[in-house]
Write a protein that binds this ligand. Structure first.
Ligand code: ATP
Length: 324
């Protein structure tokens, strides 16, 4: 079988990017990841000074929220850099919540994000300390993947495969850099365009020691149990392999057009179901190759479960096959 030219480089290193896949629609109107403003870091231009702080006088917030979460609200804005103006998303800490613990949490998230630079991960542009503490990030305007798919049921399987493959590339990068995400779910994948996904929300993420390669939580928190591998729940042990389990659930969410996994079940029932060897059924019309991959991600034993270095090429191959 002849392989088409890779559409994305799989290391996420923008320097080695090659040409487009030959299946663009006539007229080539689809915005490709690399045609967008957020493919490369805003600091890739040597004329832009890399700084972890954003000057408030250069940041312009727009009316209307992009979303909200535990921390507060996320607003759209414009950040005026030396040479360019960037549309940004600004996570604003609630003022009445400016408690040290919440501030620390946001600074921890910023610290993780600052160390990451990959086209398939939302980049942090900087922290702005002004009327509130603000985390300035790249904008992914189409919002969370599950909500997009709930609204756009005509999205093709090929398109969904393309998006989950991009997530796997971002995750492979995290795995290679010894970070565990710990909250990988469709709600934390944001879309820049219908054909460009980025991983977000690094609030629970941790850098792990290379030799040990897992993070041991001190106890149960407010955990997304339905996305967690058995060793997370049973031993509080988090690794890239447990992110792979979550990725399987994310794939299930994507191929079921944003449905809730284990619908109507309580966390305890889900754990029992997993322990008994059962897994979620395939989403309606899900390609068997993709359901097989989900089930592989849900391999009970950590040592038998593949890493993203195996999952990513499987998605890439399948995407190329259906792109022919
Ligand atoms: P939680 O902890 O409850 O998951 P949070 O406080 O960490 O939430 P986020 O999930 O990071 O907040 O963001 C909340 C919402 O804001 C997202 O669901 C999304 O709709 C929007 N949002 C966040 N970051 C961006 C971004 N970079 N671009 C566009 N929208 C964003």
């Amino acid at each position: 079988m002849q392989q088409p030219t890779p559409r994305h480089n799989t290391t996420g290193n923008s320097n080695t990017y090659e040409a487009r896949v030959p299946n663009n629609p006539p007229g080539g109107k689809e915005a490709m990841p690399m045609d967008t403003e957020v493919y490369e870091s805003p600091y890739a231009d040597p004329d832009e000074l890399r700084s972890s702080t954003v000057d408030r006088s250069q940041l312009f917030l727009e009316d209307g929220e992009l979303g909200s979460g535990n921390f507060g609200t996320v607003m759209k804005g414009i950040y005026k850099m030396r040479k360019t103006e960037k549309p940004v998303a600004v996570k604003i800490l609630k003022n009445d919540d400016n408690l040290q613990s919440v501030t620390d949490e946001m600074l921890r998230e910023a610290n993780v994000m600052q160390q990451l630079d990959n086209p398939y991960i939302v980049r942090m542009i900087g922290i702005c300390e002004a009327e509130s503490l603000m985390l300035v990030m790249e904008l992914a305007e189409l919002g969370p993947l599950h909500k997009f798919l709930q609204k756009h049921k005509q999205t093709t399987v090929k398109n969904i495969t393309e998006l989950v493959h991009q997530v796997s590339m971002g995750m492979k990068y995290l795995e290679e850099h010894n970070f565990v995400h710990r909250d990988l779910a469709a709600r934390n994948v944001l879309l820049v365009t219908q054909h460009y996904a980025k991983i977000s929300d690094f609030g629970l993420s941790k850098a792990v020691a290379e030799e040990q390669n897992y993070y041991k939580a001190k106890g149960h928190g407010k955990w997304p149990v339905k996305w967690y591998a058995p060793e997370c729940i049973n031993y509080f042990k988090f690794s890239s392999k447990s992110d792979v389990w979550s990725f399987g659930v994310l794939m299930w969410e994507a191929f079921s057009y944003g449905q809730k996994p284990y619908k109507g079940m309580k966390g305890n029932d889900v754990m029992q179901m997993i322990e008994s060897g059962s897994r979620m059924d395939a989403p309606l019309n899900c390609p068997p190759e993709m359901y097989d991959l989900m089930k592989t991600c849900w391999t009970y034993k950590l040592d038998d479960r593949p890493g993203f270095s195996v999952v990513e090429p499987r998605l890439r191959e399948y995407y190329y096959d259906i792109s022919q």
